[in-house]
Design a protein around this ligand. Sequence first.
Ligand SMILES: Cc1cc2nc3c(=O)[nH]c(=O)nc-3n(C[C@H](O)[C@H](O)[C@H](O)COP(=O)(O)OP(=O)(O)OC[C@H]3O[C@@H](n4cnc5c(N)ncnc54)[C@H](O)[C@@H]3O)c2cc1C
Length: 385
Amino acid sequence: MQNRQVIVIGGGMVGALTALLLAKQGDSIHLVEKTPCIHPLENEAFDLRVSAFSAQSKKLLELAGVWDLLPKNRLCAYQRLQTWEKGSQKLCFDSKEIGIDALGYLAENRWIQAVLWQALKTLNNVTFYDNRQVASIHNSDSGVSVNLDNNQQIQADLLIACDGANSALRQLLNIGITAWDYRQKCLLINIKTDSAQQNITWQEFRETGPCAFLPLAENNASLVWYHSPQKINHLKSLSNQQLKQVIVDEFPPLPFDFSVEDKGAFPLTRRHAQSYFKGASVLLGDAAHTINPLAGQGVNLGFKDVECLVDLLQNSSDLPIPVLLKRYECKRKPANLLMQSAMDLFYKGSKCELDSVRLLRKGILHLAQNSGVVKNKVMKYAMGL
Ligand SMILES: Cc1cc2nc3c(=O)[nH]c(=O)nc-3n(C[C@H](O)[C@H](O)[C@H](O)COP(=O)(O)OP(=O)(O)OC[C@H]3O[C@@H](n4cnc5c(N)ncnc54)[C@H](O)[C@@H]3O)c2cc1C
């Protein structure tokens, strides 16, 4: 068992999972979260922020002992995935083809966060500082000391920043980013359907951006509509009834009747930290990288960061912290960059005017659909297997 003092900044999905796994290894955890602790209710309406969790992410949540704490009426397994370019052949994946129960699971971010917090609250080596932020930091190779906004001071061997895409810690540590704006937004729309829970997720690529369907538990689902900021702002300004009519007229056909329950717009920005660590402080999850959400890989990449760092801390604990963090960076940075770039190839390929780029993309999809080996490899890679 380890007995390091570790500060985790940000108790979102990535930060809370890191805190829980390290606490279970015996480290003393100081978890600093800027918002008050959340307690979602099982009978509440579905939240707009949902994520698709890969089989690998599910395994990690099982290892942390929280998967079974998720209420069944907030979790949806999907067995099939279809993707196509408008007017072209569909690429279809089915979990049966590789002999597994589900390709992935959809759940609200806030429920994943809530069950992680529930488990953290049972441990006496975790100290919570919720509703708090870091005011200043002193960071060196040999340790970290932070002052919170209530003047409280915490000292530790290691600081793990999981404070999301606009990470204040990344800025306090003076770590730069490369970033670009896709000049697109996406509208998340929660709907209630008049049919039972779906087991398929799909995405149609269009020149204006993708349109996606994500099934949620029972007769709920989420639609994701990418378009220009002007169009998305217009759609967002409509009443739910008016928006339903536009979905019927312009979105890919939905095979059931539905009502629009909620909607919200998100900008699309790609960011990548130029370095993943400095001294004894390290970045994980969206604090280190954000990705185009079109393939639902954001939190799955964040969970792979967690798995990698926790494994290094457990199995290479004899190494000085900066050496260990360098190893983490060498493993995770190229992998995250590869996934960011692959998503951009698909995203830009579908919007590109150049016939050669569109043909390349169609060729990849055609090859994947018609070669069982390639298709199974793609499927397993996306699932993190
Ligand atoms: C529209 C959209 C759809 C998406 N869909 C998917 C999907 O289907 N699948 C998928 O895998 N990913 C998806 N993602 C990405 C996914 O939501 C993120 O990758 C994931 O939430 C990142 O988790 P995180 O814990 O790193 O950051 P966050 O979820 O942003 O959590 C950061 C936490 O830190 C706290 N915090 C912030 N600042 C401070 C501070 N200064 N001090 C203390 N605490 C602080 C916040 O309150 C929060 O609790 C999507 C993203 C978008 C925008």
